[in-house]
Ligand binder design. Structure first.
Ligand SMILES: [Ca+2]
Ligand SMILES: [Ca+2]
Length: 109
């Protein structure tokens, strides 16, 4: 499989694997979110971006429609925000722009 194929299928597979584990299907509750962040993100830098150590905070950051669960759209957004963080780090951009917004990482809306 090509690399982007892998990335895309991984995002969907990971989401479904964790979201269908307990509670509502296709929604990540707090416990499921905790598991996915603990097991599928290892880089301390990315973990810190989403407050993986504080699941209440992470849930609040990611749960855009405030229904207490993370749907696929919200999950995708989280992944794309993390990708943007990594991109900015790698290209050396955003060092100043994101000052004082460590956990936000320049969310544009
Ligand atoms: Ca669930
Ligand atoms: Ca939600």
């Amino acid at each position: 499989m090509a690399r982007l194929d892998q990335v895309i299928t991984n995002i969907v597979d990971i989401f479904l694997e964790y979201a269908d584990d307990e509670g509502k299907k296709r929604q990540l509750n707090k416990e499921e979110l905790k598991k996915v962040l603990e097991q599928e993100i290892q880089s301390p830098e990315l973990k810190s971006k989403i407050n993986a150590g504080d699941i209440e905070e992470a849930m609040e950051t990611l749960d855009k429609n405030h229904d207490g669960e993370i749907n696929f759209r919200e999950f995708c957004r989280c992944v794309s925000d993390l990708a943007k963080c990594y991109y900015h780090k790698k290209t050396g951009k955003g060092g100043k722009k994101f000052k004082g917004k460590d956990h936000e990482c320049g969310q544009e809306d």
